[in-house]
Design a protein around this ligand. Structure first.
Ligand SMILES: [Zn+2]
Ligand SMILES: [Zn+2]
Length: 145
């Protein structure tokens, strides 16, 4: 996943999804997911190059203060980072999924639509950018960062 992928417009008629990944020279990692339907939905995160020595968040590598901690089967997240890796859908302890195919030890979390899927499949339109459970979009939402 180190490559920088160019933004890929979906087909001309349907809603557009644009996913951009960028790895900084310092190994920081930027991800943005933009989904345009009637309105725009945007999900972004930036992963620090190295995990904080104290209570790093699995998603963003930044320290999690005790009041923001969410511990899910031994993996620590910021509450606001506990979202689908691909589309940014907010997850709960009841709704998250992990990819356990082929003995995978992937600790990332996904929504029901994107479990076992990869970013390339979304960009090529093989998998919906948003599942039926996707967030209702209302105006331009930058979820965090
Ligand atoms: Zn985080
Ligand atoms: Zn998702």
């Amino acid at each position: 996943m180190a490559a920088t992928m160019p933004p890929t417009p979906a087909n001309n008629n349907g809603p557009k999804v644009q996913i951009v990944e960028k790895v900084g020279e310092d190994k920081s990692y930027n991800y943005s997911f933009t989904y345009e339907k009637a309105t725009l939905y945007e999900f972004k995160f930036n992963r620090a190059p190295v995990p904080d020595p104290i209570d790093p968040c699995f998603r963003c590598n930044r320290r999690v203060q005790p009041k923001d901690q969410l511990l899910v089967t031994d993996v620590l997240f910021h509450k606001q980072c506990f979202r689908c890796r691909i589309c940014g859908l907010p997850l709960t302890q009841q709704t998250f999924h992990r990819n356990t195919d082929n003995g995978s030890s992937d600790k990332e979390v996904y929504c029901r639509t994107h479990i076992g899927k990869n970013i390339g499949q979304i960009q090529r339109g093989e998998v919906p950018a948003m599942g039926a459970e996707g967030p209702s979009v209302d105006g331009k939402n930058t979820l965090y960062r």
